[in-house]
Design a protein around this ligand. Structure first.
Ligand code: FAD
Length: 429
């Protein structure tokens, strides 16, 4: 029977496979739906309480500059409709043993204390007395200890942060819940699943900006990272669509971007993350749209954009309120009285030292490998998963191998679905 995989019609010799996909970002979801829709059983494991990875936390994404839900919603729908996909959220991998055709994977699901009766009515949140840093917004604000990860969360239910909830000592949420959805006797559970093949799609994490001592990220609240900027600009972010600086919730007018913050630097990330230039151009154009009187300075070593993202560079160059300064930033300091930030850089074109003021500074930090530490998997010197030399039946998708954008991630994830299902398979086209 001809079936469609990644938009291409193919005829498969359908030996049903059990495929484990680790990581529920755009890449893991793509692998899962593509494999399941041609008849295979997929177990999709995600360590967070929701699917969508880093993409769901963006304001908008290039090249089309649409909100992240645009692309993700269709995957959520395909997952919901497909009984062959079993999802485990708040779950991590303990060990992987066995070999191709017969992997045995020990999983551990965290106790989130909220069951599937939850209707996300929000009554629990109103009475919860405890707060936690909001990881979805990269710590820019707080949620209650019982929280809905975000308003478009999939699965759409509340979860409890074990580290901040006082559980049996409080129980206010349990008392107010009309649906019997909260149960503090639920415990973390370890269990085993079997798989013929495994696709790892554990993605990336932002480089820790506090390691860049000269840039003083931890010292001054109005220095943020590029991922925080995504949340600051988002309609469902801390400012509800208004870009407000963290120190006093006032809308800043003068912005600066520091490109390659830690990237292409042997002491930090020796490589280029491929997307940071496009991400900053996207963010700069968004700031200009939201705050028409704003001025922006972008400090860069090289501007690396390709394909349709060139359009953003053309727009940036045409905007007289955006200045591109070729120079490496050596230091950021703060005026203790006005809280205004000062950037010192070497302006390569003029050969002079430049000193510029800014009210909000965005550090374009790079993409680091997710710390997945999976046994039997081979990693390279940067912590990314080696493309080659893995055991038979183990494949890695997209940013778990190297930094890339969403479109390349999707293509790679489709390819990995194909590899996972054709292992030991005879195909007829
Ligand atoms: C500032 C910035 C802006 C960007 N903007 C754009 C843009 O506008 N357009 C664009 O195309 N690209 C953009 N990108 C790149 C984009 O974020 C990536 O292409 C995308 O996130 C890759 O998706 P992924 O699924 O491979 O990884 P991720 O999004 O990182 O998803 C990986 C998933 O795996 C989970 N996971 C990790 N480890 C484990 C584990 N051990 N067990 C279970 N689950 C695990 C994670 O929780 C996560 O949900 C941007 C990047 C940056 C840094």
């Amino acid at each position: 029977m001809p079936l469609s995989l990644c938009g291409k019609k193919m005829t498969f010799n359908l030996t049903k496979k059990n495929i484990l996909v680790i990581g529920g970002g755009i890449s893991g979801m793509t692998t899962a739906v593509e494999a399941a829709e041609v008849g295979h059983n997929v177990t999709l494991v995600e360590k967070l309480p929701y699917l969508g990875g880093r993409v769901i936390r963006m304001n908008q994404y290039f090249p089309k500059l649409c909100p992240p839900y645009c692309g993700l919603e269709i995957n959520f729908r395909r997952i919901k409709q497909n009984p062959r996909i079993k999802i485990y959220t708040s779950t991590t991998i303990e060990t992987i043993t066995g070999s191709v055709g017969d992997f045995s994977i020990q999983l551990k699901s965290q106790a989130t204390f909220v069951n599937d009766n939850c209707t996300a009515c929000g009554e629990c949140e109103k009475v919860c007395p405890e707060e936690r840093p909001n990881q979805f917004n990269y710590g820019l604000d707080k949620t209650k200890a019982i929280y809905l990860p975000h308003e478009l969360a999939f699965p759409f239910k509340y979860t409890i942060d074990d580290a901040y909830c006082t559980k049996e000592n409080c129980k206010k949420c349990q008392e107010v819940c009309k649906y019997d959805a909260i149960n503090f006797s639920i415990e973390a559970k370890s269990f085993t699943v079997n798989a013929d093949t495994i696709v790892i799609a554990t993605g990336w994490q932002p480089y820790d900006a506090s390691k860049l001592e000269n840039l003083n990220f931890n010292q001054f609240p109005n220095i943020i990272t590029n991922v925080q900027m995504e949340r600051l600009a988002a309609v469902n972010g801390p400012g509800k669509g208004k870009i407000l600086r963290p120190s006093d919730n006032i809308m800043p007018k003068n912005f600066a971007f520091v490109q390659c913050a830690g990237s292409r630097d042997e002491k930090h990330l020796a490589y280029c993350s491929a997307v940071c230039c496009s991400a900053s151009l996207k963010q700069a154009l968004n700031i200009r749209e939201q705050i028409p009187e704003s001025t922006i300075k972008i400090f860069y070593i090289d501007l690396r954009v390709s394909g349709r993202n060139e359009d953003m560079l053309i727009k940036v160059k045409a905007d007289k309120n955006i200045e591109l300064i070729k120079g490496k930033v050596s230091r950021i300091s703060e005026d203790p009285l006005t809280k205004e930030l000062m950037i010192e850089a070497e302006d390569i074109m003029s050969g002079k030292k430049s000193k510029e003021k800014a009210e909000l500074i965005i550090l374009a930090t790079g993409m680091q490998a997710s710390a997945s530490n999976l046994n039997i998997v081979k990693y390279n010197e940067y912590g990314f998963i080696n493309e080659d030399g893995q055991e038979d039946g183990i494949f890695s998708a997209s940013c778990s191998k190297k930094p890339m954008d969403v479109s390349s991630s999707n293509k790679d994830a489709c390819g990995m679905a194909l590899k996972a299902i054709q292992e030991n398979e005879i195909m007829r086209y």
